[in-house]
Design a protein around this ligand. Sequence first.
Ligand code: FES
Length: 118
Amino acid sequence: MKTWDVAASAHLAEGKALGFQLGSGDWPLKGFVVRHDGGCHAWVNSCPHAGHSLNYGPNDFMTPDGGYIRCLSHGAKFEPDTGACVAGPCPGQYLQRLECHEDSGIIRVRAPASARDL
Ligand code: FES
């Protein structure tokens, strides 16, 4: 496990998300951070329904109103603070959380350098 600087706090607006990739090689860890009620939450970019990436565009993780995380493959919606699926094909399943905190204006995520080590 390692702590990574993934974004400047000022770049993550309420109801928005920023994607990131940690490590390199064949199995980089892909994730994203979300701003919700002023806090930040970090999630692995893998849908519990079928394991697809949730987004198509780089930071395209949220519903248009910013209220939920969405998976563009089959339309699952997730709570941004708990990761719980609340609509779509995987109700009751969860996104995988990564430890996240903010320090001196930087969003930091604690995670392995490879998706194989999750
Ligand atoms: S892979 Fe996400 S809803 Fe199917």
